[in-house]
Design a protein around this ligand. Sequence first.
Ligand code: PEP
Ligand code: MG
Length: 580
Amino acid sequence: MSVKRGIGVSPGVVIGRAVVLDTEETRVPKRTLPTEQLEHESQLVDRTFAAARSEVALERAAFAERAGTELADIFGFHEGWLADPKPRKEIQQLIQEKNYSAAYAISVFMRRYRRRFQEMTSPFLQERAKDILDIEKRLLRHVGAEARQDITELDEQVIVVAHDLTPSQTVMLDRTRRVLGFATDLGGATSHTAIVARGLGIPAVVGLGNLTSLVSGGDTVVIDGTHGVVAINPDASQIEAYKSQAAQQVEVQHALSELRDLPAETKDGVKVTLLGNIEFPEDVEVCLSKGAEGVGLFRSEFLFLQGGAEPSEEEQFQSYRQALELLGGRPLIIRTVDLGADKLFPGRQAEPEQNPFLGLRSIRLCLQNLPFFRAQLRAIMRASNHGNVGIMFPLITQITELRQARYMLNLVTEELEEEGYEFRYKAPVGIMVETPAAALCARELAREVDFFSIGTNDLIQYTLAVDRTNEKVATLYNGLNPAVVKLLKMVVDAAISEKIDVSMCGEMAADPICTMLLLGMGLRKFSMVSGSIPSTKRMIRSIAMTDANRVATRALQFETEREVMNYLREETRKILPDVV
Ligand code: PEP
Ligand code: MG
């Protein structure tokens, strides 16, 4: 067995066969063949390369006619590569030594070869990895139509291993109901892929470095999302040990489910509201089953990320209405689309940006695409008649953005009124406080909104200048850095003094070592993935406010994140030793 450590982002232990995905969500099944067939497979490799090469030559000629020979030279690399006998030889060697089918040998070789380019420091050579992927696709197409199998056609449950997954790929894969767990080379704990896996309750480990070059399709893989570990090809006794760990975790979940109907209140009776974060309307049911009192964050952009066409105003309206009806009068905070950065909408992808997290994302994207924004606001307002809806604008960095967004909302309400729609005029309007700029101006912003929701996932990355999706700097991404803790306190203080509602919907809200600190700062509303609600409730019910207040006061005085972390760990351990 070999073991790789990464970042555990969604708890639980699962064991299964690996499927290694390339960027197209497809796989080449691992097939080994009897020795007498190997010569045939080797010849197939020669024929495949020859066919791919003549196809490139034809494309090159056709392109040269339209665009000139200079531009057509971009095909030169492909042609040259396909003509080189070395790659072919290495693929044929894999066939002879490992009895692989031609398709599988090509896919194994190309994956390793591509990885070598991806790991190069020169951006020019890194770019070549895309050409290699292109060539791989071409070769696999020629090696036989059945070589590639779509993941959605799987008939068994699998562990998905990928270099990286986008949030939308993660959602789409889950739709197959065949995915036991995820493991990726890239990614950080609050990348959207990690959040989605957590929301789906699928164990996941990210930031594993070169896992995809260590695992082949068909290997037995264990994902321990609780401890951030992936084990490759464990033996029978190791599998047994992992199975009993998995069974123990199921028992813990079962014990926690008994808290479902008990109130989320501290030992001394201070009431706390626990809400769920959702990506799709149907997630409401799971939230309620875990004891959520409503939804504090509907990441509405996922309606745009699930593939197919952009949802129309009517389709959006149906989704919001469905969520509101399922909630039966409980609150639903719909965040207007937060696309951009790592959540890219395929149909509207512009030129790739140098720094997408600092680029055209979120409210900025909406304010530059007013018809698109207007359609969403209309859908939300039309749905407002069907329940208790709140509207939240993400990534606000200055008050003028908020005013522009509100202006659009006013226009939309006037329009709907003229058109004779019934809606709730006074739906609460709030913002995500997820940039240092918003936190620093929280008092001024608080005067113009009904509520704040603190988005620690982004607030941490922007305060500390640490990309939340980059595993190379994952150890620097820490919400207990004193700079972040001070900003959190400022936001909560501003909301309390301006008498507006404040909640937290970033992942920090579900971190048990932060619960006392947040309660002690004055936070009374927490929104999180539904799976974390029962354990957070257990934590809250074990805390006395006198302790929480003392802990928050002390934690705010430390100079380093290590001191804050150690202190909070120690204090949490005194209350519930098993959670830290
Ligand atoms: C956040 O930034 O904390 C947040 C909740 O929003 P998202 O994770 O979707 O960016
Ligand atoms: Mg955010």
